[in-house]
Design a protein around this ligand. Sequence first.
Ligand SMILES: [Zn+2]
Ligand SMILES: [Zn+2]
Length: 387
Amino acid sequence: MSDMVVVRREGLYCVPGGFYIDPWRPVDRAVITHGHGDHARVGHGHYLAAAPGVGILKSRLGDIDVQGLAYGEVVEHNGVRISLHPAGHVLGSAQVRLECGGEVWVASGDYKVEGDATCAPFEPVRCHTFITESTFGLPIYRWEPQQQTFDDINAWWRKNAAEGRASLMLCYSFGKAQRILSGLDASIGPIICHGSVEPLNRVYRAAGVPLPETKMVSDVDKADIKRAIIIAPPSAGGSPWVKRFGDFSDAFASGWMLLRGARRRRGVDRGFVLSDHADWPGLMGAIKATEAERVVVTHGSIPTMVRWLCQNGLDAKGFDTEYGDDEAENAADAGAAAEGVATTEPDPVAQRWAVKDKANAARDAGTAEARRKVDNAGEDAREDADA
Ligand SMILES: [Zn+2]
Ligand SMILES: [Zn+2]
């Protein structure tokens, strides 16, 4: 039987259905797994997305023709039964289930298996072929339970507040920021959000996600700022915007913070390991739960995952896609969001950071020889990034 989903120049294409999934070039009909910039782009004729994600898409892409589908609800298009199922990644994130002639494919989009307070938890969907992401598809990636990270963040904030110093938390505005907000102990002090974070908070609240009270910096007295935590996108770090906080401690939250090199290069006081993607055991467990005999691996550690899955008796291959890395990129994306600009192109500097972070993953897992090579490459890339 021929493949139900293939890669075309425009993106992943459902052949019998005649539509695309998260296309990176403008198409007539697009099914969107979630609102991150590399999956949801402007310019498509018609969008289909999970109902809880429609507000996000509209806030990020403007006035688009979008149809919201409840999780589990089925629509039929050209003989393909389409349904969307929670991916546990961000508000409204979905896996796309496609059924045609008794054959079932599921495209995961980005996913995370640990449930959290800001979106519907990941739901395994049985299928014949599973298209999985692999952002953290190396065995070294294993997350602690998120509560431990929230406790660490609150302890850091509490200590800074006691010492009269503001706490600046840098993280991606959509998804990560709201997840951190949901874990904060609001009794410590005021919570201030950057102008690119607050509009997304509003969408989350409108969708019924409980978040603590947040303020804009202009609404907080100078004296109180010393006890505050400020949630801002990575692009705000080192910008004139943060000068107003005087003496502050800064931190960055991402799955990449597991890597010492990534922490060092960020140049922040603290790195908190918190990812909206599945870790290695999460990916393996999710793949197994689908009972799929065929697995297609997209963005991330494609060769490693494909090799591992083949060794474990599955029919696995990779798809070459143009999806980015929402844990490392997005400095530019978030900055543009603050200015109300929709970005459709990946940011080259951020892409280089992502490449370096991945190189460091290989390094941390590899030999001294590889380590030397990566160190040299890293320094070259750093100069590029600084230029
Ligand atoms: Zn994403
Ligand atoms: Zn992605």
